[in-house]
Design a protein around this ligand. Structure first.
Ligand SMILES: Cc1cc2nc3c(=O)[nH]c(=O)nc-3n(C[C@H](O)[C@H](O)[C@H](O)COP(=O)(O)OP(=O)(O)OC[C@H]3O[C@@H](n4cnc5c(N)ncnc54)[C@H](O)[C@@H]3O)c2cc1C
Length: 494
């Protein structure tokens, strides 16, 4: 188990959380079933750990009388998968067994990792596209489809997925919806709360909630799907998703620029919004330490001269000539005004990918640097970097690196601290300081990663008591026995 993991036997029973480990489920149990024959023993630790993210459960085996024991990866064709998920949920509900829905297991906060006595319900075999409409761009697919495979599928049909993330090669669309993932296209295409049109969800008692509509407009009653977007597997198991895909842009350009200070990063962003307007699709930033880490651990080379900050700007439009013209007058402007000291531009796919890798592979470089303390926070954009500078001074030599990068266009900072080893004193210097600092700016302690297991107890820094209480009430209504991801997202006590 990772730092901070508490054994359930040490926990007090909590009012609204029905599930309490008892009897044979008292130790940590895990079933990672295999579609054919016995479970692959090597798969157990993988499924029980979010290795990059510092939460690891202790794999075990569930012993029950169930004839299909060890097969909790619903697979097959058509509605069979949904039916199996439904049966699994009903089976677990009747026997008061805790269930941990799991997609690609790339989550950053331990939500997909069984920490005590949960059974993994993996969506890995629910990987079929159900339909795609070439006029509307509406894709309907099963929850276990891998994001990158969906991207490839819709790109072949001249569309793109409305979201993109560094973990696209492993994460599932069901996991993306369950975490309300933001990612690299948020600035342009917005939140999954807007692009997801419908969901099919299996509730805790096995009831199938079929809200898998493909309608753009539907104001009939409460919009129930919104409850499950970002609910991290605590309210239901998402089995299928209907999502609106934008048309594939004909021209994509990426500029990678060096800035002399954070004030210049902000001015570059304002100028960029004004001059690039409708074609701007991403505005990402990273500091000099991030660049050093991707260079040192991954051998990636900076395409521009060394600078205190770097920004990556992506444009996506329909006319290459028009976009190139806009971009070059923007670049001329920011260079003339000293907002940018050096820059490079990519229009061909290979170079575009190369520049994106510098930003997308920071997480990987950090994980190679040592033990990582991760924070994913929303702040007013003008204060975005202050916390990083503040922490560098506060932590001194206790930390190996304190770095800041993220989706500047969305006001989302990824603040990461690396150290040689986990230390209680370093953690004590970071928490609750980081959360208090964020709350002091009316920020969010989780911008896009969710709360999972690691951050569930800090929810109150970003939500008032009445909101927490309502969340507990919704949980009790939808999952009265508290079997769905019981140790995640909500604090044990309101
Ligand atoms: C390199 C890297 C880059 C990343 N970049 C970003 C980024 O830019 N933006 C961002 O938002 N995140 C990012 N992430 C975090 C992560 O990829 C996202 O949170 C992703 O959406 C998780 O999807 P998953 O399928 O891996 O879900 P998992 O990790 O398997 O699960 C995450 C949570 O969702 C629940 N869940 C999974 N599937 C279902 C389902 N079908 N029904 C109900 N609940 C379910 C789980 O119980 C868990 O609580 C990144 C991660 C990595 C490793």
């Amino acid at each position: 188990m990772g730092p901070g993991v508490q054994d359930p036997r040490a926990r007090q029973p909590s009012g609204g959380r029905g599930h309490q480990p008892s009897g044979p489920q008292r130790r940590l149990l895990l079933v990672l079933p295999c579609p054919r024959g016995d479970a692959d023993p090597g798969a157990l630790p993988r499924a029980a750990a979010a290795l990059l993210r510092g939460v690891r459960g202790r794999p075990g085996r569930l012993r029950t009388h169930h004839p299909r024991q060890g097969r909790h990866r619903p697979g097959g064709a058509g509605g069979v998968q949904r039916g199996l998920a439904e049966n699994r949920a009903r089976y677990c509900h009747e026997r008061n067994l805790a269930v941990n829905p799991q997609g690609g297991n790339t989550g950053m906060v331990g939500g997909s990792v069984p920490v005590f006595d949960e059974i993994i319900l993996s969506t890995a075999l629910m990987n079929q596209v159900i339909s795609f409409h070439g006029v509307s761009g509406i894709l309907v697919c099963q929850a276990g489809c891998i994001l990158e495979e969906l991207s490839r599928y819709v790109e072949e049909r001249d569309f793109i997925m409305p979201l993109d993330l560094g973990a696209k090669g492993s994460c599932h669309i069901g996991g993306n919806v369950a975490t309300n993932a933001g990612g690299l296209r948020f600035l342009r295409y917005g939140s999954l709360h807007g692009t997801v049109l419908g969901l099919e969800v299996v509730l805790a008692d096995g009831t199938v909630l079929n809200c898998l509509t493909s309608l753009r407009k539907d104001n009939t009653g409460y919009d129930l799907k919104q409850l499950f977007i970002g609910s991290e597997g605590t309210l239901g198991v998402i089995t299928a998703v209907s999502i609106l895909c934008p048309p594939k842009p004909r021209a994509v350009n990426v500029a990678f620029l060096g800035c002399p200070g954070f004030a210049e990063v902000l001015q570059t962003f304002s100028t960029c919004k004004g001059m690039l307007g409708e074609i701007l699709s991403a505005f990402e930033f990273m500091d000099a330490e991030c660049m050093q880490l991707v260079g040192h651990h991954l051998g990636l080379v900076s395409p521009v001269q060394e600078s205190p900050f770097y920004v990556l700007i992506e444009t996506s439009g329909s006319r290459a000539g028009h976009d190139a013209e806009k971009l070059s007058s923007f670049l001329e402007h920011v260079l003339d005004f000293g907002l940018v000291t050096d820059g490079t531009l990519a229009t061909d796919q290979r170079r575009v990918k190369m520049l994106w890798a510098l930003r997308e592979r920071i997480t990987e470089a950090l994980s190679r640097d040592g033990c990582v303390y991760k924070y994913d926070i929303s702040l007013p954009v003008e204060r975005l970097y202050d916390l990083v500078s503040d922490l560098r001074a506060r932590l001194g030599p206790q930390a190996k690196h304190v770095v800041g990068y993220g989706h500047l266009g969305d006001g989302n900072l990824h603040l990461n601290v690396t150290a040689e080893a986990f230390s209680a004193s370093l953690l004590g210097a970071l928490e609750p300081y980081v959360y208090e600092w964020t709350a002091g700016q009316q920020g969010s302690v989780s911008a896009e990663h969710g709360l999972g297991f690691k951050k569930k107890d800090v929810l109150s820094y970003s939500k008032p008591p009445a909101a927490l209480q309502l969340m507990q009430q919704l949980k009790a209504l939808l999952d009265p026995k508290g079997i769905l991801n019981p140790y995640k997202t909500l604090p044990a006590r309101a």
